[in-house]
Design a protein around this ligand. Structure first.
Ligand code: G3H
Ligand code: 13P
Ligand code: ZN
Length: 331
């Protein structure tokens, strides 16, 4: 039997996005695959009074089991009440690649889905996205589409280079598909190695500085679809302090580069109203686990290394909400 997100107490993102565009901030969309990640996200967002989008990728569904994940999200609603601040919680499918996957999520309590047809031809993307929108809207669920391809790995599809979103396509795409938000490609990419060292310059401390995002493309898109909710994927900043902790404790992450926080702040002040962050959380957890393992080699209780990892993750998310996305206090 189908379960509606409304029965689970989850929120729909439509109103959230309208407020975010108007208020010049972005809603955090944080990926989770396990209990500790979910706890850290919710604790951080409750403490900063931020609305939140909990994102589940198909990889997360395969890893953790789809039934468990959606029941965790049901628990999330109860948990935020228990923490004392009823922030709105959206459960979102990240990078859905087929109609069937989106339908399965909609039928199982997701309040928002992404259909990522960006690897298809334009017309195929329009057709697939339209089909998902029709089913989703009949169930009150919101849909994110994508135009343009991010460099890096998107659900097992590897693109060597970004194909930036073509502003001349956005109006037609939004009109014909009926999507509620649009993910665009303006130079962000997935993972912890967003640029090669050759694409970067070096500052006086020898730190790699990436090329700026294509704000001219974003501005052109905003002109063509004023006020329409825009989404940025691949928006981890790859904090160097976390990379250094990983490398100092047996890790080997070379030439990791992310998107500078000030560029994300600038994007959040525009029509960008959802910012996706996953890799930074992976780095923070890995750094804390490696450090604990190195400092306490006799420790074998998972709570003793997952606990500090969860605390570090929570601090990272609070920092994002307060200092990067501007979502703190907006719940
Ligand atoms: O954009 C991809 C997200 O970071 C999810 O990654 O597919 O490895 O779960 P994943
Ligand atoms: P990062 O790899 O930059 O965290 O991007 C995550 C993302 O876009 C999830 O959809
Ligand atoms: Zn993504």
């Amino acid at each position: 039997m189908a379960v509606s997100y409304k029965d689970l107490g989850l929120a729909n993102s439509k109103e959230m996005f309208a407020k975010a565009v108007e208020g010049g901030y972005a809603i955090p969309a944080y990926n989770f695959n396990n209990l500790e990640q979910m706890q850290a996200i919710l604790q951080a967002c409750v403490e900063t009074k931020s609305p939140v989008i909990l994102q589940v990728s198909s990889g997360a569904r395969n890893y953790a089991n789809a039934t468990l994940l959606r029941n965790m999200a049901r628990g999330a609603v109860e948990y935020v009440k228990e923490l004392g601040c009823e922030i709105p919680v959206v459960l979102h499918l990240d990078h859905g690649d087929t109609f069937e996957l989106c339908k399965d999520c909609i039928d199982n309590g997701f309040s928002s889905v992404m259909i990522d047809g960006s690897h298809h031809s334009y017309e195929e993307n329009v057709a697939l996205t339209t089909k998902v929108v029709e089913y989703a809207h009949a169930n009150g669920v919101t849909v994110e589409g994508e135009l343009g391809v991010l460099a890096g790995v998107e659900d097992d599809v590897v693109a060597e280079e970004s194909t930036y979103t073509r502003p001349e396509e956005v109006e037609d795409f939004v009109k014909r598909t009926g999507v509620d938000s649009l993910a665009i490609s303006i130079g962000t990419s997935h993972g912890a190695h967003k640029f090669t060292p050759e694409q970067c310059t070096k500052n006086e401390d020898g730190v790699l500085v990436p090329p700026p995002l294509k704000f001219d493309i974003l501005e052109e898109i905003e002109k063509r679809i004023p006020g329409f909710p825009i989404v940025l994927h691949g928006s981890s900043s790859v904090p160097m302090d976390q990379v250094e902790i990983i490398n100092a404790n047996g890790g080997d992450l070379k030439a990791a580069v992310g998107i500078p926080e000030e560029q994300l702040r600038k994007a959040a002040a525009s029509a960008v109203c959802k910012i996706n962050i996953d890799s930074d959380g992976r780095l923070a957890m890995t750094a804390a686990i490696r450090k604990t393992m190195a400092e306490k080699p006799g420790e074998f209780d998972p709570r003793k290394y997952l606990g500090p990892a969860r605390d570090s993750l929570k601090e990272l998310y609070k920092h994002k909400n307060e200092n990067v996305l501007g979502s703190a206090g907006k719940a």
